[in-house]
Design a protein around this ligand. Structure first.
Ligand SMILES: Cc1cc2nc3c(=O)[nH]c(=O)nc-3n(C[C@H](O)[C@H](O)[C@H](O)COP(=O)(O)O)c2cc1C
Length: 310
């Protein structure tokens, strides 16, 4: 998620779950090739893996080149964004608007696939604008599957390109989980991951009766502790509990250890807003974080924040 799932947020998430597959924010091919997004590619394999790099683009050669770079950096998967509806992305002719250009999507995925040996996957919507019929999605998925792409993540809503903001595009179009389930029935050999509006592990488990995986976006970003039981409940691993306080301490130690004068505290501290979700004094906790951001200094921050997480 843009501005959210950066290297630091992924560090935070790994304190809570070792097994969940993590995704970067979308990084455009232009930004990688012209070199102004190197920080978005930052990745600490030994700590974060498994992680997929999500690419945004529509030029097969550029996507292939960026895929090679991602593989050489140790990413575990490359995902092509076919679901972002933002105007900026539409102007660049990638993201969700590619759903009406299935042949181009196929060429892109094919070029990516040819250039690397790690898995290449796609993330799309159920449809675009007024195209609501299931057969559109089915034929789109079929075209992708024909490129030997084995995994498709489907955000179970249409993307509306004109008239809705990206934020509205994540709430207003109706959720169509049944379309995603039908895709799994029609393409049983594909790994189908469902996404959109899933807020709890209980809901996730229900979806797993029908599809192969569940992608969670806003819920764990807003409340990282919702993942505290995921390794046990979903992946069957022994339970390893870590308290909110230990997460806070480890995360702040990690940030201080980076000793990076360029680090933007407002970017890296917003990831812990959600750590106090469900506890008292949420506003005071947020206020204190904002103060630390303003002051630009992490020393003493654990003492200032810990009482809000106890
Ligand atoms: C702030 C924000 C940034 C996002 N950035 C991306 C992105 O870079 N790539 C992407 O595929 N989806 C992005 N999304 C969409 C989410 O990945 C997800 O598809 C959507 O929020 C629905 O899932 P959810 O209800 O679990 O959040 C973003 C969502 C938010 C809220």
């Amino acid at each position: 998620m843009m501005q959210c799932t950066d290297i630091h947020d992924r560090y935070l998430m790994r304190l809570i779950t070792k097994k969940s597959f993590l995704y970067t924010e979308m990084v455009t091919t232009g930004a990688i090739i012209h070199g102004n997004a190197t920080h978005q590619l930052d990745f600490n394999k030994s700590i974060e893996s498994p992680v997929a790099l999500q690419l945004g683009g529509s030029n097969p050669d550029e996507l292939a080149k960026c895929s090679e770079i991602a593989e050489s950096m140790g990413y575990d998967e490359i995902n092509l964004n076919l679901g972002c509806p933002s105007e900026r992305v539409q102007k660049g002719s990638f993201g969700a608007c590619l759903m009406i250009e299935p042949k181009l999507v196929q060429r892109c995925l094919n070029a990516m696939k040819q250039s690397v040996s790690i898995p290449v996957t796609a993330k799309c919507r159920t449809g675009i604008d007024k195209i609501e019929d299931y057969d559109f999605l089915k034929s789109f998925v079929e075209g992708i599957a024909n490129q030997n792409i084995a995994t498709i993540i489907i955000h179970a809503r249409n993307a509306i390109l004109k008239g809705l903001s990206p934020r509205q595009n994540r709430t207003i179009p109706l959720l169509k989980y049944d379309y995603v389930y039908r895709i799994k029935e029609d393409f049983p050999e594909l790994e189908i991951i469902i996404n959109g509006g899933i807020d709890s592990l209980i809901e996730a488990k229900d979806h797993l009766q029908k599809v192969d995986g569940v992608m969670l976006g806003r819920a764990p970003y807003d409340n990282p502790m919702m993942l505290e039981n995921v390794d046990k409940e979903i992946f069957g691993e022994p339970q390893k509990r870590i308290s909110r306080l230990d997460i806070l301490k480890e995360y702040l130690n990690y940030l201080e250890g980076l000793d990076d004068p360029k680090i933007r505290l407002n970017q890296v501290l917003k990831h812990i807003y959600g750590l106090n979700k469900g506890l008292k004094n949420a506003r005071k906790y947020r206020y204190e974080i904002n103060q630390i951001m303003k002051e630009g200094n992490l020393s003493g921050s654990f003492e200032r924040l810990s009482s809000y997480l106890a």
